[in-house]
Design a protein around this ligand. Structure first.
Ligand SMILES: Nc1ncnc2c1ncn2[C@@H]1O[C@H](COP(=O)(O)OP(=O)(O)OP(=O)(O)O)[C@@H](O)[C@H]1O
Ligand SMILES: [Mg+2]
Length: 266
């Protein structure tokens, strides 16, 4: 019998386009170098699944079926698959998602314990992996509560804008609301500023102000080195590659910092 228990890292932020899925892809791919890793797409947009090569899931069971109540529920082991676009020697796996996750949310909304259905779905496979990395939708709601409450550690990617700062703050407030309700909340590992804009050798005023505001307002929560804005990120995402394996060291460095913090927390 294995004594392994996966460390569960959720990537979430109550703001759209903040770099959540990019972070989930990079963290899952890089953690796979340290142990068997499962990337869990918990966003009905299904971007992580698409980037990992699974573009049509209409005939397949997805993460949606694993959170359904009663007899309709599917065991999570039945939906786990390898990324289609990369051979990573079976160290990185995917639990995919698509739009059907929105319907699943409607189906659980009246059920007791509905905030913990993803946590329940993951329980039987914790001993099979070293790391689980969960991607979340951008909005405040039942799906986000489920992804946050499944985690040991929370990473919050935040765009280097005023909107991004507000998203990070809202996420912190949500964590406190859940804690006040006696839910067991994850450790807030840190904020990861993303899409930091540079002109020549200088950060733009807006990016600098956003990172300073984050450092001031996040109440001692670590703020990782910002990820710079670059068209390379879109290209590597669409191929399902991490920035590290694409040789983009400058862009990969902030994710390495997050990985080090995850490994220290193990
Ligand atoms: N550092 C970056 N530089 C340039 N583009 C980036 C960077 N990080 C992410 N992007 C791009 O920005 C878009 C949004 O990023 P991503 O999908 O990771 O955000 P998200 O928070 O998951 O979005 P959503 O809220 O819609 O789920 C994507 O097209 C992605 O490729
Ligand atoms: Mg996303």
């Amino acid at each position: 019998m294995s004594s392994r228990t996966a460390l569960v890292v959720t990537v979430a932020c109550l703001s759209g386009g903040s770099g959540k899925t990019t972070a989930a892809l990079n963290l899952a791919t890089m953690l796979a170098d340290h142990g068997k890793t499962l990337a869990i797409d918990f966003d009905p947009q299904g971007n992580l699944s698409q980037w990992m090569g699974w573009t049509d899931l209409s005939e397949s069971a997805t993460i949606a079926e694993t959170i359904l109540p009663g007899a309709d529920r599917v065991h999570i082991s039945e939906i786990i698959r390898l990324p289609l676009n990369e051979d990573r020697q079976e160290r990185l796996w995917l639990a995919p998602s698509d739009y059907s996750l929105s319907r699943a949310m409607d189906a659980i909304v009246m059920e007791p314990g509905r905030e913990l259905f993803l946590k329940r779905a993951l329980r039987p496979i914790l001993s099979d992996y070293d790391f689980l990395v969960i991607d979340s939708p951008p909005s405040k709601g039942l799906l986000t509560y489920n992804s946050i409450l499944s985690a040991d550690l929370l990473v919050v990617p935040t765009e280097c804008t005023q909107k991004g700062v507000m998203g990070a703050l809202s996420t912190l407030v949500l964590l406190k609301e859940l804690e006040e309700l006696d839910f067991h909340v994850p450790k807030f590992l840190g904020v990861l500023p993303t899409r930091e804009q540079w002109v020549g050798n200088n950060r733009t005023k807006m990016s600098r102000a956003a990172v300073e505001a984050l450092t001031d307002m996040m109440q001692g929560i670590p703020v990782f080195t910002p990820v710079r804005q670059s068209t390379v990120v879109q290209q590597t995402n669409s191929m399902g590659w991490s920035l590290a394996e694409s040789g983009e060291e400058l862009l990969a460095q902030p994710y390495r910092e997050v990985i080090e913090a995850v490994l220290r927390a193990r």
